[in-house]
Design a protein around this ligand. Structure first.
Ligand code: NAD
Length: 477
């Protein structure tokens, strides 16, 4: 089976096994079969990757922005040609539905296109000092070797959202994908290689265990940037480590998105948006609506329509294109979701739809809970599965207070008459707010959170700047 997949490390322009010749299993969560064995990177392999990226930096950072741009554009063209094959790899190792995987590939690829365009548009400044004694010149330079650590839920998009801006800025990179989904990461690195990325500019390592190897890489003087997407818990650990070497850190962390349906909202559009915000990627999205606050006048009808819409989701292996909801990434994730629902029910929530796990794969049914107490465990926890927990409210100020009552602040959604919804949007503590929309992600917009959901932004015109440092040059006149 594994000949179908690239399952090696990529260091200094070469695919190779790890120093110790060891490997780990990559598992298909829709039936728990072994898809491939992927090379384990030793500490020595990780250091070789840092060294290669360091040596490649001088050349790559001086490569003309237009050439870096065209390389990313070539990667975009290749990925567009191969979208279905890549989607299949994602389905196999991650479990999501084919439609979700294809949507991810197209979204992921837009980061190559967007940053091929951004590579040639880095802003600078030239102005007279207030005292009139000098010209203030502000220029931007690539920050150095970047360590990119990504999660399993969007194995393609989280990689391109970092590789695109890093390469556009002139940084060299080491990609460390999640252990669950290294095959997609390897395919993306392969695309960049085929697009002509010089040796050492992009490297791929998969150490097991992860923590010690990442720490060793972060202690190397050459590494100047950490771009991490994953849980708040691991992000916090890495920030502590980044402090030791004062490494610039961008953090895309966990979320606990509220979705508010205000009095007078158009119910059909609120339900359609709620389904998108909940079910995109099978609920395994940091942007997934987690807590539904619905005005009491609309609550019962909202719950009925939402449950009805979820009845349409056929559950099963994502490789069968008729299945709209695939598997969660692992047995462990499935059981975590199942346990959260069981404990929510014990705390007084009612399961009005779904509530069941399957044993043949990591499947969990689309589920709706009502009478969920604000502040209960399921309300405080990022569910990361197809479970909607609904809370009724009477007063909009109360709804805003409950929505903001969390340490997270990645994204929020609000449905209602435009003027009121906009005024609520301004009061929500989140880096991103969808007004009458259930999907927001767009490479052209700054993606990121406030509070414990992260630091920095990816995409937009901000994304490339995360991989650059300003340099001020004072010129006497
Ligand atoms: P995770 O934090 O467990 O793992 C993320 C990455 O960190 C993986 O590559 C993992 O191998 C690595 N890692 C784990 N322990 C480490 C350690 N001690 N030192 C260094 N690296 C370590 O997260 P996950 O379970 O893969 O992904 C789910 C989480 O990611 C959710 O919380 C989700 O909200 C978050 N996420 C956030 C965004 C965003 O943009 N804000 C996007 C996608 C996912």
């Amino acid at each position: 089976m594994s000949e179908e997949y690239i399952s090696q490390l990529f260091i200094d322009g070469e695919w190779r096994d790890g120093d110790h010749g060891e490997s780990f299993a990559v598992v298909d969560p829709s039936d728990f079969s072994e898809l491939a064995r992927f090379a384990i990177a030793s500490e020595g392999d990780c250091l070789a990757a840092v060294d290669a990226a360091d040596r490649a930096f001088a050349g790559w950072s001086r490569t003309a922005p237009r050439d870096r741009s065209e390389l990313l554009r070539r990667a975009f063209e290749i990925m567009r040609e191969e979208r279905e094959e890549i989607a299949e790899i994602i389905v196999r190792e991650n479990g999501k539905s084919f439609a979700d995987a294809l949507t991810e590939v197209d979204y992921a690829n837009e980061f190559f296109r967007w940053f091929s365009e951004e590579a040639v548009r880095v802003p600078g400044d030239y102005r007279l000092s207030p005292r009139g004694d000098k010209r203030i010149i502000v220029t931007r330079e690539p920050i150095g070797v970047a360590l990119l650590v990504t999660p399993w839920n969007f194995p393609a998009a989280m990689a391109t959202r970092k590789l695109g801006p890093a390469l556009a800025a002139g940084c060299t990179a080491i990609l460390k994908p999640a252990r669950e989904t290294p095959l997609t990461a390897a395919r993306i690195v392969d695309i960049l290689n085929r697009a002509g990325v010089p040796k050492g500019v992009v490297n791929l390592v998969t150490p097991v265990p992860t923590g010690p190897a990442v720490s060793v890489m972060m202690r190397q003087r050459a590494v100047r940037k950490l771009s991490f997407t994953g849980s708040t818990e691991v992000g916090r650990l890495l920030l502590h480590e980044a402090a030791d070497s004062i490494i610039s850190s961008s953090m895309e962390l966990g979320g606990n998105a509220p979705l508010l349906v205000l009095e007078g909202a158009d119910l059909d559009s609120a339900v359609a948006g709620a389904v998108q915000a909940k079910m995109r990627n099978g609920g395994s999205a940091c942007t997934a609506a987690n807590r539904f606050y619905v005005h009491r006048s609309l609550h019962d009808e909202f719950v009925e329509l939402l449950s009805g819409a979820l009845d349409e989701y056929r559950v099963g292996p994502g490789i069968d294109r008729d299945n709209a909801l695939g598997a969660l990434v692992s047995r462990g994730e499935r059981d975590k979701v199942a346990d959260l629902v069981t404990r929510a029910a014990a705390e007084g929530a009612q399961v009005v739809r779904g509530g069941g796990a399957r044993e043949d794969g990591a499947f969990y049914e689309p589920t709706v809970l009502v009478d969920v107490a604000h502040g209960s465990e399921i309300n405080r926890t990022e569910i990361f599965g197809p479970v909607a927990a609904v809370v009724a409210f009477d007063d909009v100020d109360d709804a805003i207070r409950m929505a903001n009552d969390t340490e997270y602040g990645l994204i929020a959604y609000v449905f209602g008459a435009e003027e009121q919804a906009m005024s609520v949007a301004h009061r929500l503590e989140a880096g991103m707010v969808g007004v009458n929309r259930g999907v927001l992600s767009d490479p052209a917009a700054p993606f990121g959170g406030v509070k414990q959901s992260g630091l920095g932004r990816e995409g937009g015109s901000e994304g490339i700047l995360e991989f650059m440092e300003e340099k001020y040059i004072g010129l006497s006149i």
